[in-house]
Write a protein that binds this ligand. Structure first.
Ligand code: UDP
Length: 327
């Protein structure tokens, strides 16, 4: 069986990836420092605790498993935090990825699937954001991911490393079997915060800005079901296994929803009111981020058919009512 090193495998997207990798016949080895990830989320393959900045530990893990590919999710990923503490983003994400890429190159591991973001595009309202769009990040999170994309390209030229880079739009939902799900501490993402407001764990959801230039004044995002998203990663891995060249793919549906629309859908799915407060804009937020590309559908055969708001919210809700992890 083929072994894949999954950095960040104890996190939200990484753990769902491990589940589908195992189902597809791979052995996912999780490498995670458990700073934001959860030991309890590692259920589908071996666990190796370690930090991206620890080259000796990475070398040890590459030597122990000889992975055929790396799937790199481990990162700090909060836009707001990245505006306040950019150094952490440059150190963990950029220097950490450099350490990982050098360790992979030294171990002769040439296939790399990388978790990037639509935040690399910045705030280009009115522009169709496809993979050829110029990247002009407006926050340190997006800037750190763009730098890693450049790094992968450079190592491709120098070391023959091949990469599939996925630029995610907004990931939502959970494993429909609710074995794993989204659980951040502290939570900063819209849908889990909204579910907390519904259950009374939080007093209300604060809408970050209602004066944007959108039909209802709130930010617009393109939401993708986590299970659809991670399926694309398996397809990306097969792309590399079949010897194809490095490629960048957006992962979004092409349809955007405002914060208020997500609130209304959550209320409908859960049959409950969402208490809402109208707050200030969050620094670093773009007005509208909607994927303009069909490349993943056309070239990978990706079909994001679970990525409707009711489906994503229903799966998130199922997990949210019972699911949590402990350190
Ligand atoms: N958002 C909000 N209130 C919150 C959290 C998020 O209004 O408590 C908005 C945020 O401004 C953005 C959207 O919801 O427009 C999605 O934010 P999230 O943090 O979930 O993901 P991001 O877009 O930052 O990756």
């Amino acid at each position: 069986m083929t072994t894949v090193l999954v950095t960040g495998g104890a996190g939200y997207i990484g753990s769902h990836t491990c589940k589908v990798l195992k189902a597809a016949g791979y052995v996912p080895v999780t490498y995670d420092n458990l700073v934001t990830g959860w030991r309890d989320a590692v259920k589908f393959g071996p666990f190796e605790e370690g930090d991206l900045l620890d080259r000796a530990r990475l070398d040890e893990v590459f030597a122990a498993y000889s992975p055929a590919a790396v799937m790199h999710f481990a990162a700090l990923s909060q836009v707001g935090e990245s505006m306040v503490n950019p150094g952490a983003y440059w150190r963990n994400n950029v220097v950490g990825s450099l350490t990982l890429i050098e360790a992979a190159a030294a171990a002769g591991c040439q296939n790399f699937v990388f978790s990037s973001t639509c935040a690399t595009y910045g705030d280009q309202d009115g522009v169709v954001l496809d993979e050829d769009s110029v990247q002009m990040p407006i926050n340190a999170y997006g800037a750190s991911k763009r730098a890693i994309e450049d790094m992968l390209e450079n190592f491709g030229a120098s070391h023959g490393l091949r990469s599939v880079i996925f630029r995610y739009f907004n990931v939502a939902g959970a494993d429909p079997e609710a074995e794993i799900g989204e659980f951040h501490q502290p939570e900063t993402h819209l849908i889990p915060l909204m579910l907390d407001a519904i259950t009374g764990k939080r007093d209300a959801l604060t809408i970050y800005g209602s004066d944007y230039d959108t039909p209802d004044g709130t930010c617009i995002r393109d939401y993708v079901h986590v299970m659809d998203l991670v399926e694309a990663h398996v397809q990306g891995l097969k792309w590399l296994e079949s010897g194809k060249e490095s490629r960048v793919f957006n992962l979004g549906t092409g349809t955007g929803f405002s914060v208020r629309e997500v609130v209304a859908q959550s209320s409908a799915v859960t049959n409950a009111d969402v208490p809402v407060i109208e707050g200030n804009r969050r620094p670093g937020d773009a007005t509208r981020l909607v994927s303009g590309s069909r490349r993943a559908t056309e070239e990978l055969g990706w079909t994001p058919d679970r990525s409707t708001l009711p489906h994503m919210i229903a799966d998130a809700w199922r997990w949210h009512q019972n699911g949590h992890y402990d350190k």
